[in-house]
Write a protein that binds this ligand. Structure first.
Ligand SMILES: [Zn+2]
Length: 282
């Protein structure tokens, strides 16, 4: 492990206090325990969030020897009522996640940290709103800058190699939603022993989730995802899984550097921000 990569749990308070906070950034992986179809483990988002944060930390340390990167343990919690009608999903109320993150990030701020990245791998709207509101609360109270990653990566309109690759397979990435080609590729690439059944056996389940929500349906199962996945797991490949890990980690590392340099970051589409603020409630 590079000398400028620190695991939060392994530091003493003396070591933590000695870090130059203007040159330090905390990576905090966060995602819920949630069903991911019959073929993927409940911890799919947690494993991905953690691996992506660790990989991003590695890139940052290697490219920026003066930077101190502090890797927090992963918080295996989040909001996922859309899949809570399957066993195995453990969904927090929006307010619970909000308070948890306010307290956790306030603790980091009180410890002197100025830059925090919430390495999130889950896009449920209540989950995202709870994170955004927690960030607003903590940044209003402390001199600290905090950003969330998944929303900025997937809702900012940036071009992603994994989306291009998916489209090359003939897929519309709008209906690759959950335990889909991307997440199945990730587990196939990184944790093949955790694949519960051959993804090739699973027929595509293509559901327009936005339309389902408009029609008042509250869960993926109610929208027709009987086995808990929406997308095309059969087309998963190790290569797409590797692209997912490396691309997300690289983008997060770039965001970290921009955050610390006060440069512009990819922003979530304003329509989505408006939807989260006005329609979604915690
Ligand atoms: Zn997931």
């Amino acid at each position: 492990m590079s000398t400028n990569l620190h695991k939060l749990l392994e530091l003493s308070w003396v070591e933590l206090e000695a870090l130059d906070k203007n040159q330090s950034i905390v990576l905090l992986p966060l995602s819920p325990i949630e069903e991911h179809g019959p073929h993927l483990p409940l911890g799919t988002d947690i494993l991905a969030a953690q691996d992506i944060a660790e990989t991003a930390a590695g890139y940052l340390c290697k490219d920026n020897p003066l930077l101190q990167v502090v890797l927090s343990p992963t918080i295996p919690l989040g909001c996922s009522d859309v899949t809570a009608d399957f066993p195995g999903t453990i969904s927090l109320r929006g307010k619970t996640l909000y308070h948890l993150l306010v307290d956790f990030c306030s603790g980091l701020a009180k410890s002197g940290f100025t830059y925090i990245i919430i390495a999130n791998h889950h896009l449920d709207s209540v989950h995202l709103k709870a994170i955004m509101e927690a960030i607003e609360t903590v940044t209003a109270e402390f001199q600290v800058q905090i950003i969330e990653t998944a929303g900025r990566i997937l809702y900012s309109g940036m071009t992603l190699a994994e989306v291009t690759k998916g489209e090359e397979l003939g897929l519309s990435m709008k209906t690759e939603v959950h335990a889909d080609v991307r997440e199945t590729s990730y587990i196939k690439y990184r944790y093949p022993h955790l694949l519960k059944q051959a993804p090739e056996q699973l027929s595509p389940v293509l559901i327009n989730v936005r339309e389902g929500i408009r029609n008042g349906l509250k869960t993926f199962k109610a929208m027709g995802a009987e086995q808990g996945y929406i997308g095309s797991p059969a087309l998963a490949s190790e290569n797409l899984g590797r692209i997912h890990l490396e691309e997300q980690a690289r983008i997060i590392a770039e965001m970290a550097i921009k955050l610390m340099a006060g440069q512009a970051l990819p922003e979530i589409n304003p329509h989505i921000i408006k939807y989260l603020k006005t329609v979604v409630s915690l």
